[in-house]
Write a protein that binds this ligand. Structure first.
Ligand SMILES: Nc1ncnc2c1ncn2[C@@H]1O[C@H](COP(=O)(O)OP(=O)(O)OP(=O)(O)O)[C@@H](O)[C@H]1O
Length: 320
């Protein structure tokens, strides 16, 4: 669906993106993460050619984005919706007119657009706010108007640049729920720039970690949070934390996907009869699943028994 091949982008002498190779599949919710200045927004803006790339290529649904003529660019951009942290609504226009505006610019009559605009505002839960002005809405409601507006051309891709960063955690969750619904019901591919752990865990299926303009790692959200938490050291204070271990003991990381009700650790204790300490870890929600990882501190003399027990139980584990 979206494919970056050896993409490079500079501002003057400053190389902002270098050798980016990445594929984002249809219907994915892909998170671009990284510290401030890593190049996330620039990479996102290349997708709808708000930024031009210097070399390499970028394919969107088979189209070479760099080769699109200026004449065809507006039509291409209509297939890609975008929402921003600051909502970018027109303050003097009401909710209905904000959503209708892109169609109006294309010459679509109000009567022809009416059903579409109302359906979208129903979808985002604002069917009763058609006449409200942006200043009469909460931040979360404003972002939902922006999302409805971004969907008005039936895009195949939605780009979200820190779309929830200005919102309270509760309101963020409602907007994330909407993104999940749009992804599921409309089949959109969504690319999310974020530095919020809650966003990564709540909506993303896969993520790419940018640092200094390079793609340092990519994989499932679980690959980052459960298997390689040290990659996220810049975002979560405890990510990759390796507790101090007593002399003569070792650490084993056990990853549990879809962990609810499996009782893996109690089964391990019963099976091996070995005392082990849980030094770190816990369960969390990843989209619609509860998964987690635990660091077990085990006496060296018992390590073999614990490792054999984990293997026999079909667990995903590694000595670290
Ligand atoms: N139009 C521009 N002209 C010159 N430099 C720019 C421009 N836009 C971005 N940059 C620089 O490119 C680098 C990457 O910026 P970008 O906004 O993509 O990073 P980011 O990871 O999205 O950061 P943040 O999380 O702070 O938004 C930064 O060093 C920034 O200063």
């Amino acid at each position: 669906m979206i494919e970056f091949r050896d993409l490079k982008k500079s501002y003057g002498d400053h190389v902002v993106l270098d050798e980016i190779n990445l594929q984002i599949g249809q219907r994915e919710i892909f998170g671009l993460v990284g510290v401030s200045g890593a190049g996330k927004s620039t990479l996102l803006r290349c997708i709808n050619r708000l930024e031009k790339i210097d070399s390499g290529s970028l394919l969107v649904d088979g189209t070479d984005v760099g080769a699109i003529s200026d004449r065809d660019l507006p039509r291409f951009r209509r297939r890609i919706g975008m929402v921003f942290q600051q909502f970018s609504l027109m303050e003097r226009k009401n909710v209905y007119d904000n959503v209708y505006f892109p169609l109006r610019c294309q010459g679509v009559r109000r009567s022809a657009a009416d059903r579409k605009v109302r359906d979208l505002l129903d979808l985002v839960g604002l069917g009763d706010k058609l006449k409200a002005l942006p200043r009469e809405l909460s931040g979360g409601q404003k972002q939902r108007v922006a999302i409805a507006r971004a969907l008005v051309n039936d895009p195949m891709i939605l780009l979200c640049d820190e779309a929830t960063s200005a919102l309270d955690p509760n309101i963020t969750e409602a907007v994330l729920d909407l993104l999940r619904r749009i992804n599921g019901e409309l089949g959109l591919t969504i690319v999310v720039v974020t530095h919020e752990v809650a966003v990564m865990k709540s909506v993303c299926t896969r993520m790419g970690l940018l640092s200094g303009g390079h793609l340092r790692a990519e994989g499932t959200v679980e690959h980052f949070f459960l298997e390689n938490p040290e990659l996220l050291g810049d975002f979560t204070r405890d990510a990759g934390r390796r507790p101090d271990v007593a002399p003569g003991t070792s650490l084993v990381r056990v990853v549990q996907r879809d962990a609810a009700g499996t009782g893996l650790l109690s089964q391990l204790a019963i099976r091996t009869g070995v005392p082990f300490e849980i030094s770190w870890g816990g369960l969390d929600r990843y989209r619609d699943r509860v998964s987690g990882s635990f660091l077990l501190q085990v006496a060296d003399a018992d390590l073999r028994a614990v490792c054999d027990g984990l293997t026999a139980l079909g667990a995903d584990w590694k000595e670290i």
